[in-house]
Design a protein around this ligand. Structure first.
Ligand code: ZN
Length: 80
């Protein structure tokens, strides 16, 4: 059997499972070096960006709602 059938893996401390070594990144910390998969690192990066984007969307929606309510109040007052 060749090595192709048993690819090298590393234990991912984040997922607590093994991934192929080419999907892993060696992180050096105070307590030593640890392997972590690139996917989990990217996922954290992405979810942070999504949170930031969501925060912007919410504040934009709040602004739109506030100005919409102001317009409606103006209409009611003008209708009298
Ligand atoms: Zn992982």
């Amino acid at each position: 059997m060749s090595d192709k059938n048993s690819p090298a893996t590393r234990y991912c401390y984040h997922c607590r499972t093994h991934h192929p070594v080419e999907e892993m990144k060696l992180l050096v910390t105070k307590t030593g070096s640890r392997w972590r998969c690139i996917k989990s690192i990217e996922a954290v990066k992405r979810s942070k960006e999504e949170r930031d984007q969501y925060g912007r969307q919410v504040s934009a929606a709040n602004q739109a709602e506030a100005s919409g309510r102001a317009r409606m109040l103006n209409k009611i007052q003008q209708g009298r």
